[in-house]
Design a protein around this ligand. Sequence first.
Ligand code: BGP
Length: 472
Amino acid sequence: QLKDFPDGFLWGAASAAYQVEGAWNADGKGESVWDVFTREPGRTFKGSNGEVAVDHYHRYAEDVALMAEMGMKAYRFSVSWPRIFPDGRGTPNEAGLAFYDRLIDALLANGIEPVLTLYHWDLPQALQAEYGGWEDRRIIADFAHYCVTLFQRFGGKVKYWVSLNEQNYNLTNAYQLGTHPPAVQDRKRFFCANHHAFLANATMIAAFRQHVPQGQIGPSFAYSPAYPASSAPADMLAFENAEEFTNYWWLDTYCFGRYPQAALAHLQAAGEAPDILPGDEAILRNGRPDFIGVNYYQTLTFTENSLDGVTMQRINTTGQKGTTPASGVPGLYKTAPNPNLTTTNWDWSIDPTGLRIGLRRLASRYALPLMITENGLGEFDQLEHGKVHDSYRIDYLRSHLHACREAITDGVDLIGYCAWSFTDILSWLNGYQKRYGFVYIDRDETDAKTLQRIPKDSFYWYQGVIANNGAD
Ligand code: BGP
């Protein structure tokens, strides 16, 4: 007998500023690193960018009305740092703050809990240009100043805060794969940028305790639980290595304030470890979150990697199935296909049981409440006679919600579920063709068309799920 979702469960959906807002230079907003990066040829799918996106900045009232119609209890969105501080720091831009006041007030008026993400990758370009963004310790104070500005402004009405969205995925792309700005491929710089992000995160959480004592804060982590490709000891070791380097490097540091030991020893020997200064460990220990935000899309399976040079992860950005090669770190691990799982067109494994396993692992290791801050299916949707019949998305979400109930029955303290995403949005590297929303948006890569909002079949299905508190 499965347990029910708890009363007050946060049934929601999510978005991120750069992916939905558009209005890239409206009302005093400064440039973000993504505004600049997407203008460089070949960086994104068919040159798609977020200059207009789905124009949520101007159409937020219509979007909130649709959320209310769906019965949503929570909406996770992010604040654009350069909308608040066009130069990254200094005096806040009142027009930027006022936009988020309007959005938050509209949500609250409709009984929708705002879940505010402080950072979803749109770093002010000014800070990247001035000192290299996350690679410099000055980012710690600038990020704290930006966050405290938001705590003071919105702390009275926003209870749930997400600190950094997918530091692991974003900085891996930015400093190892070279696919997000600043498009570097250097492991030493990668671990250095991460170290500063950890310090910035912990510093800001310490400030949060003073400014928003009744609030709850935690990171959103791109969590792909690892499997071993076989029970061969070499594969088990590769799996352990992958867990430390792809998951616990971040999660242990957020939650325990220290790096996992074997991974740190390896990096020190390889000359790739971050420079840890006296005092850093005390700062990290002071930043324990209230919950862990889980962005779950897939599990990854690992096998041994002899020193044959499979290094860089490759990301499928076309939707052509079966085009993603293995990736990993020589001597430690590399990915392997999992013959037990099917995949999406972008080669992401579909594994609801992996979600149950992952939630249990996190609950046991960290003893914190968990919130699913992203989960969803990116697909090529078709508009047919004014409707989108996305039964494949309903199947995906239904099976993952079932896994959530199993995890709750296993004792996991799960407080919310924010599907990715509410409307269709810009996918960072995949353009507008990879759609996730409950609400279809009439636009394509370069043509913003009408931007009309059209609820898909999944919209009405999720409406029923929420009305029945998860009984579908
Ligand atoms: C996460 C990001 C989201 C979103 C999602 C889907 O990594 O936090 O911003 O983009 O993944 O990814 P994609 O758009 O690449 O399919």
